[in-house]
Write a protein of this length. Structure first.
Length: 320
């Protein structure tokens, strides 16, 4: 094997160990290859979105946006070890998304049951005396909305094969299946419904010390080795380009919208690099595309065989 493919595989293994645990091949076999009925077709919109490298950008954007709900952020600050074990939390989240998106029905139901059991142990009191619990359908709704919008926005901007309008609606409807299983009441099933429900939360969102601390942690002191900081900076930059300007202000982030075109260029570059790295783990795909390029032909389409579609940026809650 020549040096480039060897380095590419090594990078893919290192990245997958971060997000999928010490044995990514075992995790893939357990979730993706296990026989049995599933909630979703892996080639449907939810499978396309959640399998794409743009999820890295969408994940950072979701965390930044979600932190602006004071009760959600208090629950995270008081019950989460995200600063001490950020990669462990990332792996837990990644496994939940993988299990409910690609796993069997049994695996999906088991993943939901685990999360619901954890939520029952997360409760407390706000500084003003009001109580909170992670099982609150209202708070669950905010977390769901933030994730759904963030993953979809990132996919439409940076994904390999952006969805058309019908596909975007189907994606929202499919994520609603998981949301309802977790306890969300009346999750949106269309992009229009997603926007409307996000807008309905605007009055509850506010800047807090904890939220600003999350922004500082994610944007300035991320839990990645120094050698990976430049790449992570591009991921974070892409996430900021998708975050409403009002949210940046609330988080104390100095990120003028005038530089968003450059941030999007960086997001596109790093997402393509991550995708190129991870494609080396897809049997046959990387070899076929590499051979096509060497012969001057167009590379084969993505793993779903779907041609690139137009990027359709969505309006974020509150505008930019």
């Amino acid at each position: 094997m020549s040096p480039v493919p060897r380095v590419r595989l090594a990078l893919a293994d290192a990245l997958l160990r971060r997000v999928a645990g010490p044995d990514p091949d075992e995790a893939r076999a357990r979730i993706h290859l296990a026989p049995g009925p599933r909630w979703f077709d892996p080639d449907s919109p939810i499978g396309r979105v959640h399998a794409d490298a743009s999820m890295f950008v969408g994940g950072v954007r979701a965390l930044l946006l979600q932190s602006l709900h004071p009760r959600v952020m208090t629950a995270v600050a008081e019950h989460s070890a995200y600063r001490m074990d950020p990669w462990g939390r990332l792996r837990n989240t990644a496994e939940f998304i993988a299990a409910t998106t690609f796993g069997t029905t049994e695996a999906s139901e088991r993943a939901v049951a685990i999360v619901k059991a954890v939520h029952k142990r997360v409760y407390g009191t706000m500084p003003d005396g009001a109580g909170y619990t992670a099982s609150d359908p209202h708070l669950l709704s905010w977390v769901h909305l933030g994730e759904t919008e963030s993953f979809l926005l990132a996919h439409q901007r940076f994904g390999r094969h952006p969805l058309d309008d019908a596909g975007c609606d189907e994606y929202v409807a499919q994520t609603a299946v998981v949301a309802r299983a977790l306890g969300v009441e009346d999750p949106p099933v269309t992009v229009a419904g997603l926007r409307a429900q996000l807008a309905g939360f605007r009055g509850e969102l506010a800047s807090t010390d904890a939220a600003r601390g999350v922004a500082t942690f994610l944007l300035h002191t991320p839990p990645v080795p120094w050698v990976a900081r430049p790449g992570y900076a591009l991921v974070a930059s892409g996430a900021l380009a998708l975050l409403p300007v009002w949210a940046r202000r609330e988080l104390g982030v100095r990120a003028p919208a005038a530089f968003d075109p450059l941030r999007r260029v960086g997001g596109t570059a790093i997402t393509a690099t991550i995708r190129w790295t991870l494609d080396s783990k897809a049997p046959g795909a990387a070899r076929e595309n590499g051979a096509a390029r060497e012969n001057g032909a167009e590379p084969a389409p993505g793993r779903h065989g779907i041609p690139d579609g137009p990027r359709r940026p969505l309006r974020t809650l509150g505008g930019t």
